[in-house]
Design a protein around this ligand. Sequence first.
Ligand SMILES: C=C(O[C@H]1C=CC=C(C(=O)O)[C@@H]1O)C(=O)O
Length: 427
Amino acid sequence: MTFTGPIATAGAAHPTARTRLHVETRGVVDPGALLPLADATSPLAWLREGEGIVGIGEALRLEFRGPSRFADAADAWRSIADLAEVADAVDVPGSGLVAFASFAFADDSASPSALVVPAIVAGRRGGRAWITRIRPIDGGAASLPPLPHPTAFGAPWRVKLRDGALPPSEYEAAVAEAVGRIEGGEFEKVVLARELRGRMPRGADVRRLVSRLSTEYPETWTFAVDGLVGASPETLVRVDRGGVSARVLAGTASRGVDTDGDHDAELRLATSTKDRDEHAFAVRSAIETLRPHTSRLEASAEPFTVRLPNLWHLATDLDGTLGDGSTSLDLVAAMHPTAAVAGSPTDVATAAIADLERFDRGRYAGPVGWIGADGDGEWAIALRCAQIGPGGTVRAHAGAGIVRDSVPGEELAESTIKFQAIVDAIG
Ligand SMILES: C=C(O[C@H]1C=CC=C(C(=O)O)[C@@H]1O)C(=O)O
């Protein structure tokens, strides 16, 4: 697929990477919950443990497609940040100029990757709250947008999700085929996903879904960017004043039904050769891609277990120091797709996904997050999520890492547990 270049859409009169933005951040009395400030039908949000940012309106929006989507977005952002006039009286991660972004998983996806600079950002971090107002300097609004007001959530709504592409029997067949190819030496690991579909009622308040996810999964990154809503436990990369960190996840077990069963499930996962192998591929790929950009990079010595309400994961934390002046988006470009969502080796596994899944993942398993004017930012892998499309269509995806010892029925069950976050929140 060929690159079509940044596509100017809403926001400023003719928004491009050359658009000059005026940005003002000032501290405010803590407004309490941030979500009631967000737009009801297309909220922008990045939340964890009661902190984060929400965006309202659009000052600038750029879209990117094709294999160069990350590099093009990174270049565009450098230009936008260089040209912006920023007065930031708060100076914490997320204050000042920020863009929310979400990228398609595959180079040939029909889904555009979007970089959205809100007209207003409301944030809270480390006990400080702020409001940022952003306007285009040329040809746009002459004054800053008005301060936002909270609005009550609209009526409750539910969506019944049904099997979409790769229904259970076909998913199991794809897993069996993948195991055969692994045994044949074609690749070592591939991550295969399946789809659920539904339709939201007209005018549904999407903040209800975001709110349910952040309440039920407070330790995850709850995000809403351009219709992509989810609660991801996996930090793709975080850059904060020269520090780089990531949380690699791969290897999953469902929670036990009682305390003893739960402890057994955790222990089985921590000692499972199959899960540790699957995890090792993901850690290796993350280290290999981050190392050239860091002057120091350390990984936790052993994988540890992370507990979510519905499942256990094996996790490894990476911590390092940026060595080459990369922005967080440059690192995202280098790291995507990790072995946690593609497989290993990356190229062969990515081709096998296209071949075995035979559907467009859209932004599922792509990077989602925010970037600031200095290039710092926080990015997750878009997991446990649903994409809300035109007319209220909903597409949700969940997958599992397939290795030599994978059993189709067990991988299907694992994908079902992973769906639980979004299925329970939406349905
Ligand atoms: C591909 C997904 O999860 C990845 C992240 C954590 C654990 C995974 C696993 O155990 O297979 C997957 O690699 C998904 O949630 O759709």
